[in-house]
Design a protein around this ligand. Structure first.
Ligand code: ZN
Length: 398
Protein backbone atom coordinates (compact mmCIF):
# COMPACT_ATOMS: atom_id res chain seq x y z
CA UNK A 1 0.00 0.00 0.00
CA UNK A 2 1.28 3.46 -0.84
CA UNK A 3 1.32 6.38 1.57
CA UNK A 4 -1.24 9.15 1.51
CA UNK A 5 -0.21 11.65 -1.19
CA UNK A 6 -1.67 14.53 0.85
CA UNK A 7 -0.33 13.94 4.38
CA UNK A 8 2.09 11.00 3.81
CA UNK A 9 0.18 9.02 6.45
CA UNK A 10 0.07 5.25 6.07
CA UNK A 11 -3.13 4.35 7.95
CA UNK A 12 -6.03 3.82 5.58
CA UNK A 13 -9.41 2.45 6.62
CA UNK A 14 -12.30 1.03 4.63
CA UNK A 15 -14.80 3.66 3.44
CA UNK A 16 -17.08 1.35 1.45
CA UNK A 17 -16.96 -1.73 -0.74
CA UNK A 18 -19.63 -1.86 -3.46
CA UNK A 19 -18.48 -5.29 -4.67
CA UNK A 20 -18.27 -6.14 -8.38
CA UNK A 21 -20.34 -3.90 -10.65
CA UNK A 22 -20.32 -2.99 -14.37
CA UNK A 23 -17.78 -0.30 -15.22
CA UNK A 24 -19.54 3.05 -15.57
CA UNK A 25 -20.14 4.66 -18.96
CA UNK A 26 -20.93 1.35 -20.65
CA UNK A 27 -23.84 1.36 -23.11
CA UNK A 28 -24.81 -1.83 -24.91
CA UNK A 29 -26.19 -2.20 -28.43
CA UNK A 30 -27.66 -5.61 -27.75
CA UNK A 31 -28.78 -7.47 -24.62
CA UNK A 32 -26.24 -10.24 -25.24
CA UNK A 33 -23.25 -7.93 -25.62
CA UNK A 34 -20.41 -8.43 -23.13
CA UNK A 35 -19.37 -5.63 -20.76
CA UNK A 36 -16.46 -5.03 -18.35
CA UNK A 37 -16.96 -5.22 -14.58
CA UNK A 38 -14.82 -3.81 -11.80
CA UNK A 39 -14.41 -4.35 -8.07
CA UNK A 40 -15.42 -0.95 -6.77
CA UNK A 41 -14.18 -0.01 -3.30
CA UNK A 42 -12.84 3.04 -1.49
CA UNK A 43 -10.65 3.72 1.52
CA UNK A 44 -9.86 6.88 3.45
CA UNK A 45 -6.75 8.24 5.14
CA UNK A 46 -7.33 8.01 8.89
CA UNK A 47 -5.29 11.18 9.37
CA UNK A 48 -6.43 13.66 6.67
CA UNK A 49 -9.61 11.92 5.34
CA UNK A 50 -8.42 11.82 1.72
CA UNK A 51 -10.70 9.30 -0.02
CA UNK A 52 -9.18 7.08 -2.68
CA UNK A 53 -10.02 3.99 -4.69
CA UNK A 54 -8.53 0.80 -3.38
CA UNK A 55 -7.49 -0.52 -6.81
CA UNK A 56 -5.62 2.56 -8.06
CA UNK A 57 -2.50 0.67 -9.02
CA UNK A 58 -4.22 -2.04 -11.06
CA UNK A 59 -6.92 -0.05 -12.86
CA UNK A 60 -6.43 1.64 -16.22
CA UNK A 61 -6.45 5.43 -16.16
CA UNK A 62 -5.59 6.01 -19.77
CA UNK A 63 -7.85 8.62 -21.35
CA UNK A 64 -6.26 8.42 -24.82
CA UNK A 65 -9.32 6.71 -26.28
CA UNK A 66 -12.02 8.15 -24.02
CA UNK A 67 -14.09 10.30 -26.41
CA UNK A 68 -16.42 11.88 -23.86
CA UNK A 69 -16.50 15.65 -24.12
CA UNK A 70 -17.74 17.40 -20.98
CA UNK A 71 -19.11 20.51 -22.62
CA UNK A 72 -22.15 21.59 -20.68
CA UNK A 73 -23.30 24.73 -19.08
CA UNK A 74 -20.34 26.37 -17.38
CA UNK A 75 -20.81 27.30 -13.73
CA UNK A 76 -21.55 30.94 -13.01
CA UNK A 77 -18.15 31.46 -11.40
CA UNK A 78 -16.21 30.84 -14.66
CA UNK A 79 -16.10 34.57 -15.37
CA UNK A 80 -14.86 35.16 -11.81
CA UNK A 81 -12.01 32.71 -12.42
CA UNK A 82 -11.00 34.53 -15.60
CA UNK A 83 -11.28 37.90 -13.84
CA UNK A 84 -9.06 36.59 -11.03
CA UNK A 85 -6.26 35.94 -13.53
CA UNK A 86 -6.42 39.56 -14.60
CA UNK A 87 -6.41 40.74 -11.00
CA UNK A 88 -3.24 38.67 -10.45
CA UNK A 89 -1.59 40.59 -13.26
CA UNK A 90 -1.82 37.94 -15.99
CA UNK A 91 -1.96 39.82 -19.29
CA UNK A 92 -3.35 38.86 -22.71
CA UNK A 93 0.08 37.94 -24.06
CA UNK A 94 1.19 35.85 -21.06
CA UNK A 95 1.31 32.06 -21.48
CA UNK A 96 -1.75 30.43 -19.90
CA UNK A 97 -1.88 26.61 -19.86
CA UNK A 98 -4.94 24.51 -19.21
CA UNK A 99 -4.12 21.00 -18.02
CA UNK A 100 -7.00 18.68 -18.93
CA UNK A 101 -8.53 21.02 -21.51
CA UNK A 102 -11.10 18.47 -22.73
CA UNK A 103 -12.92 19.80 -25.81
CA UNK A 104 -11.59 23.37 -25.43
CA UNK A 105 -14.74 24.87 -23.92
CA UNK A 106 -12.83 26.77 -21.24
CA UNK A 107 -10.12 27.78 -23.74
CA UNK A 108 -12.92 29.31 -25.86
CA UNK A 109 -14.08 31.35 -22.88
CA UNK A 110 -10.66 32.56 -21.83
CA UNK A 111 -9.73 33.39 -25.45
CA UNK A 112 -12.82 35.53 -25.83
CA UNK A 113 -11.78 37.34 -22.62
CA UNK A 114 -8.63 38.53 -24.42
CA UNK A 115 -6.01 35.90 -23.51
CA UNK A 116 -4.11 35.12 -26.70
CA UNK A 117 -1.22 32.88 -25.64
CA UNK A 118 -3.04 29.68 -24.70
CA UNK A 119 -1.96 26.04 -24.60
CA UNK A 120 -4.13 23.05 -23.75
CA UNK A 121 -2.96 19.64 -22.52
CA UNK A 122 -5.45 16.86 -23.23
CA UNK A 123 -4.79 13.13 -23.53
CA UNK A 124 -8.06 12.19 -25.22
CA UNK A 125 -7.49 12.14 -28.98
CA UNK A 126 -11.16 12.83 -29.69
CA UNK A 127 -11.43 15.75 -27.22
CA UNK A 128 -8.10 17.24 -28.33
CA UNK A 129 -9.36 16.97 -31.92
CA UNK A 130 -12.42 19.07 -31.07
CA UNK A 131 -10.13 21.78 -29.64
CA UNK A 132 -7.71 21.64 -32.57
CA UNK A 133 -10.66 22.11 -34.94
CA UNK A 134 -11.32 25.40 -33.11
CA UNK A 135 -7.67 26.44 -33.72
CA UNK A 136 -6.54 25.98 -30.12
CA UNK A 137 -2.95 24.90 -29.54
CA UNK A 138 -3.12 21.45 -27.89
CA UNK A 139 -0.59 18.86 -26.76
CA UNK A 140 -2.31 15.48 -26.92
CA UNK A 141 -0.64 13.79 -23.94
CA UNK A 142 -1.24 12.80 -20.33
CA UNK A 143 0.15 15.36 -17.91
CA UNK A 144 3.29 14.29 -16.02
CA UNK A 145 6.85 15.44 -15.31
CA UNK A 146 7.97 14.43 -18.80
CA UNK A 147 5.21 16.38 -20.58
CA UNK A 148 5.90 19.32 -18.27
CA UNK A 149 9.61 19.30 -19.17
CA UNK A 150 8.76 19.33 -22.89
CA UNK A 151 6.30 22.19 -22.43
CA UNK A 152 8.85 24.20 -20.45
CA UNK A 153 11.51 23.66 -23.11
CA UNK A 154 9.24 24.56 -26.03
CA UNK A 155 7.13 27.33 -24.53
CA UNK A 156 8.92 28.63 -21.43
CA UNK A 157 7.31 29.04 -17.99
CA UNK A 158 3.57 29.69 -17.70
CA UNK A 159 2.14 32.76 -16.03
CA UNK A 160 -1.00 30.81 -15.18
CA UNK A 161 -2.03 27.16 -15.09
CA UNK A 162 -5.68 26.18 -14.95
CA UNK A 163 -6.70 22.65 -14.00
CA UNK A 164 -10.41 22.00 -13.65
CA UNK A 165 -11.95 18.65 -12.65
CA UNK A 166 -8.86 16.66 -13.58
CA UNK A 167 -6.81 16.12 -10.40
CA UNK A 168 -9.41 13.69 -9.01
CA UNK A 169 -8.99 11.48 -12.11
CA UNK A 170 -5.24 10.89 -11.87
CA UNK A 171 -3.48 8.02 -10.07
CA UNK A 172 -0.58 10.16 -8.77
CA UNK A 173 -1.98 13.55 -7.77
CA UNK A 174 1.15 14.72 -5.89
CA UNK A 175 3.41 14.15 -8.91
CA UNK A 176 0.73 15.70 -11.14
CA UNK A 177 0.70 18.89 -9.03
CA UNK A 178 4.50 18.94 -8.84
CA UNK A 179 4.56 18.87 -12.66
CA UNK A 180 2.24 21.91 -12.70
CA UNK A 181 4.47 23.63 -10.15
CA UNK A 182 7.51 22.93 -12.36
CA UNK A 183 6.20 24.96 -15.32
CA UNK A 184 4.88 27.90 -13.31
CA UNK A 185 6.81 31.19 -13.49
CA UNK A 186 7.95 32.52 -10.07
CA UNK A 187 5.14 35.11 -10.18
CA UNK A 188 2.69 32.68 -11.76
CA UNK A 189 -0.65 31.54 -10.46
CA UNK A 190 -2.27 28.10 -10.45
CA UNK A 191 -6.00 27.52 -10.31
CA UNK A 192 -7.19 24.06 -9.29
CA UNK A 193 -10.84 22.97 -9.19
CA UNK A 194 -12.11 19.61 -7.90
CA UNK A 195 -15.36 18.25 -6.47
CA UNK A 196 -15.64 18.47 -2.69
CA UNK A 197 -15.79 15.11 -0.87
CA UNK A 198 -17.89 16.46 1.98
CA UNK A 199 -21.34 16.08 0.34
CA UNK A 200 -20.55 12.34 0.10
CA UNK A 201 -19.68 11.81 3.73
CA UNK A 202 -21.80 14.56 5.33
CA UNK A 203 -24.94 14.30 3.18
CA UNK A 204 -24.57 10.68 2.06
CA UNK A 205 -24.34 11.51 -1.65
CA UNK A 206 -22.93 8.05 -2.32
CA UNK A 207 -23.52 8.11 -6.08
CA UNK A 208 -20.63 10.59 -6.34
CA UNK A 209 -18.17 7.75 -5.66
CA UNK A 210 -17.58 7.40 -9.39
CA UNK A 211 -15.09 4.86 -10.75
CA UNK A 212 -13.29 7.62 -12.70
CA UNK A 213 -12.56 9.56 -9.50
CA UNK A 214 -9.49 8.01 -7.94
CA UNK A 215 -8.99 10.58 -5.16
CA UNK A 216 -11.66 12.77 -3.60
CA UNK A 217 -10.52 15.83 -1.68
CA UNK A 218 -11.72 18.01 1.17
CA UNK A 219 -10.43 21.58 1.63
CA UNK A 220 -8.07 20.29 4.35
CA UNK A 221 -6.33 17.58 2.36
CA UNK A 222 -6.31 19.57 -0.89
CA UNK A 223 -4.47 22.30 0.98
CA UNK A 224 -2.04 19.69 2.32
CA UNK A 225 -1.25 18.10 -1.03
CA UNK A 226 -0.78 21.48 -2.70
CA UNK A 227 1.56 22.56 0.07
CA UNK A 228 3.50 19.30 -0.33
CA UNK A 229 3.73 19.88 -4.09
CA UNK A 230 5.42 23.24 -3.49
CA UNK A 231 2.50 25.64 -3.63
CA UNK A 232 1.42 28.37 -1.31
CA UNK A 233 -2.38 28.55 -1.32
CA UNK A 234 -3.62 32.11 -1.75
CA UNK A 235 -7.34 31.51 -1.57
CA UNK A 236 -9.77 28.62 -1.34
CA UNK A 237 -13.51 28.63 -1.88
CA UNK A 238 -16.22 25.99 -1.71
CA UNK A 239 -18.86 26.85 -4.33
CA UNK A 240 -22.21 25.10 -4.58
CA UNK A 241 -22.79 23.90 -8.16
CA UNK A 242 -26.07 22.14 -8.92
CA UNK A 243 -26.41 19.53 -6.18
CA UNK A 244 -22.67 19.38 -5.46
CA UNK A 245 -19.90 21.58 -4.13
CA UNK A 246 -16.71 22.44 -6.02
CA UNK A 247 -13.44 23.40 -4.36
CA UNK A 248 -11.69 26.33 -6.03
CA UNK A 249 -8.05 26.87 -5.07
CA UNK A 250 -5.73 29.65 -6.19
CA UNK A 251 -2.04 29.14 -5.43
CA UNK A 252 1.40 30.45 -6.24
CA UNK A 253 4.81 28.87 -6.13
CA UNK A 254 5.94 28.49 -2.53
CA UNK A 255 8.98 30.76 -2.30
CA UNK A 256 9.82 29.73 1.27
CA UNK A 257 8.55 32.99 2.73
CA UNK A 258 6.02 32.81 5.58
CA UNK A 259 2.61 31.86 4.20
CA UNK A 260 -0.56 33.76 4.77
CA UNK A 261 -2.49 30.59 5.56
CA UNK A 262 -0.24 27.53 5.98
CA UNK A 263 -2.00 24.22 6.67
CA UNK A 264 -2.40 24.27 10.45
CA UNK A 265 -2.43 20.53 10.89
CA UNK A 266 -2.14 17.31 8.92
CA UNK A 267 -5.14 15.94 10.72
CA UNK A 268 -8.80 16.12 9.77
CA UNK A 269 -11.24 16.82 12.56
CA UNK A 270 -12.47 13.92 14.69
CA UNK A 271 -16.00 14.53 13.35
CA UNK A 272 -14.79 14.27 9.75
CA UNK A 273 -13.03 10.97 10.47
CA UNK A 274 -16.10 9.64 12.26
CA UNK A 275 -18.29 10.42 9.22
CA UNK A 276 -15.92 8.37 7.05
CA UNK A 277 -15.89 5.49 9.55
CA UNK A 278 -19.69 5.41 9.65
CA UNK A 279 -20.25 5.93 5.94
CA UNK A 280 -20.66 2.30 4.91
CA UNK A 281 -23.16 1.52 7.69
CA UNK A 282 -25.15 4.67 6.90
CA UNK A 283 -25.17 3.92 3.16
CA UNK A 284 -26.28 0.34 3.77
CA UNK A 285 -29.09 1.47 6.07
CA UNK A 286 -30.24 3.98 3.46
CA UNK A 287 -30.06 1.35 0.71
CA UNK A 288 -32.04 -1.18 2.75
CA UNK A 289 -34.80 1.36 3.35
CA UNK A 290 -34.90 2.23 -0.35
CA UNK A 291 -34.96 -1.44 -1.39
CA UNK A 292 -37.84 -2.08 1.00
CA UNK A 293 -39.73 0.91 -0.44
CA UNK A 294 -39.07 -0.29 -4.00
CA UNK A 295 -41.13 -3.43 -3.37
CA UNK A 296 -44.26 -1.25 -3.45
CA UNK A 297 -43.32 0.83 -6.52
CA UNK A 298 -45.76 0.32 -9.41
CA UNK A 299 -44.06 -1.02 -12.55
CA UNK A 300 -42.72 -0.02 -14.90
CA UNK A 301 -40.15 2.02 -12.96
CA UNK A 302 -38.20 4.65 -14.91
CA UNK A 303 -35.02 6.41 -13.75
CA UNK A 304 -34.45 10.00 -14.91
CA UNK A 305 -30.98 10.36 -16.45
CA UNK A 306 -28.74 7.70 -17.99
CA UNK A 307 -25.24 8.80 -17.02
CA UNK A 308 -22.86 7.65 -14.33
CA UNK A 309 -24.65 9.40 -11.40
CA UNK A 310 -27.76 7.36 -12.17
CA UNK A 311 -26.07 4.02 -12.87
CA UNK A 312 -23.88 4.53 -9.79
CA UNK A 313 -26.94 5.20 -7.67
CA UNK A 314 -28.74 2.07 -8.92
CA UNK A 315 -25.74 -0.22 -8.49
CA UNK A 316 -24.66 1.21 -5.13
CA UNK A 317 -28.15 0.94 -3.62
CA UNK A 318 -28.80 -2.55 -4.99
CA UNK A 319 -31.82 -1.46 -7.06
CA UNK A 320 -30.67 -3.35 -10.19
CA UNK A 321 -33.88 -5.39 -10.32
CA UNK A 322 -36.19 -2.46 -9.62
CA UNK A 323 -35.55 -0.38 -12.77
CA UNK A 324 -37.23 -1.05 -16.13
CA UNK A 325 -35.79 1.83 -18.20
CA UNK A 326 -33.73 5.02 -18.05
CA UNK A 327 -34.98 8.31 -19.53
CA UNK A 328 -32.39 10.54 -21.20
CA UNK A 329 -32.41 13.11 -24.01
CA UNK A 330 -28.82 12.63 -25.15
CA UNK A 331 -29.34 11.44 -28.76
CA UNK A 332 -26.14 9.37 -28.68
CA UNK A 333 -27.73 7.16 -26.03
CA UNK A 334 -31.05 6.45 -27.72
CA UNK A 335 -31.67 2.80 -28.56
CA UNK A 336 -28.85 1.72 -26.26
CA UNK A 337 -29.09 -0.45 -23.13
CA UNK A 338 -27.55 -0.14 -19.68
CA UNK A 339 -26.28 -3.30 -17.97
CA UNK A 340 -28.12 -3.78 -14.66
CA UNK A 341 -29.16 -7.23 -13.39
CA UNK A 342 -30.33 -7.54 -16.98
CA UNK A 343 -29.80 -4.88 -19.67
CA UNK A 344 -32.51 -2.19 -19.59
CA UNK A 345 -33.30 0.32 -22.37
CA UNK A 346 -32.85 4.10 -22.53
CA UNK A 347 -35.89 6.07 -23.77
CA UNK A 348 -35.90 9.72 -24.87
CA UNK A 349 -38.20 11.76 -22.63
CA UNK A 350 -40.10 13.05 -25.67
CA UNK A 351 -41.39 9.50 -26.17
CA UNK A 352 -42.27 8.94 -22.53
CA UNK A 353 -45.94 8.30 -23.25
CA UNK A 354 -45.24 6.14 -26.31
CA UNK A 355 -43.90 3.49 -23.96
CA UNK A 356 -45.88 1.81 -21.19
CA UNK A 357 -47.02 4.61 -18.89
CA UNK A 358 -44.62 4.71 -15.95
CA UNK A 359 -45.95 3.41 -12.67
CA UNK A 360 -43.05 5.10 -10.89
CA UNK A 361 -40.43 7.67 -11.90
CA UNK A 362 -37.26 8.18 -9.87
CA UNK A 363 -35.99 11.75 -9.93
CA UNK A 364 -32.39 10.63 -10.39
CA UNK A 365 -31.03 13.54 -12.43
CA UNK A 366 -29.64 15.07 -9.24
CA UNK A 367 -29.21 18.84 -9.57
CA UNK A 368 -31.29 19.13 -12.78
CA UNK A 369 -34.57 19.94 -11.05
CA UNK A 370 -36.04 22.09 -13.83
CA UNK A 371 -35.43 19.44 -16.48
CA UNK A 372 -37.04 16.81 -14.25
CA UNK A 373 -40.06 19.06 -13.59
CA UNK A 374 -40.48 19.51 -17.33
CA UNK A 375 -40.18 15.86 -18.35
CA UNK A 376 -42.48 14.60 -15.62
CA UNK A 377 -45.19 17.17 -16.47
CA UNK A 378 -46.91 14.88 -19.06
CA UNK A 379 -47.60 12.24 -16.39
CA UNK A 380 -49.14 14.75 -13.95
CA UNK A 381 -52.61 13.46 -14.81
CA UNK A 382 -51.51 9.81 -14.65
CA UNK A 383 -51.40 7.75 -11.47
CA UNK A 384 -47.58 7.76 -11.70
CA UNK A 385 -45.69 7.96 -8.42
CA UNK A 386 -42.72 10.33 -8.42
CA UNK A 387 -39.94 9.30 -6.04
CA UNK A 388 -37.16 11.57 -4.81
CA UNK A 389 -34.58 8.90 -3.98
CA UNK A 390 -32.63 10.87 -1.37
CA UNK A 391 -35.68 12.09 0.55
CA UNK A 392 -36.45 12.35 3.33
CA UNK A 393 -32.84 13.29 4.06
CA UNK A 394 -33.28 14.75 7.54
CA UNK A 395 -32.33 11.53 9.28
CA UNK A 396 -28.85 11.65 7.74
CA UNK A 397 -28.05 15.21 8.66
CA UNK A 398 -25.82 15.59 11.65
ZN1 ZN B 1 -3.70 11.65 4.50
Amino acid sequence: MTHCPACSGSAFENLIDFGTIPKSGIYLRSPIEDFPSIHHAFEFCASCCLIRQKAIESASHDYTHVPRATTRQFPKYIDAIIASLKSHGVSGSDLVIEVGSNDGGFLDRIASAGFRNLLGIEPSIACAGLSLAKDHKIITKHWDAETAATVLQDHGPARAVICRHTLEHVPRPLEFLQAIRSILAPDGIAFIEVPDARPITHDLRGHELWDEHLHIFTPTNLQLIMHRAGFSVLRCNAWPERSDINLLFWARVDDGLPQKSPPDSAAASAAEIQLCREFEARWKAFSSRLQAASASWSRPVYMLGASHPQTNFIHFTGLQNAIDAFLDDNPTKSNLLIPLAKPVPIFPTSKLLEHPTPGTILRGAFGYEEWMDRVTAPVASEPTTIVKPYEPRMIFLR
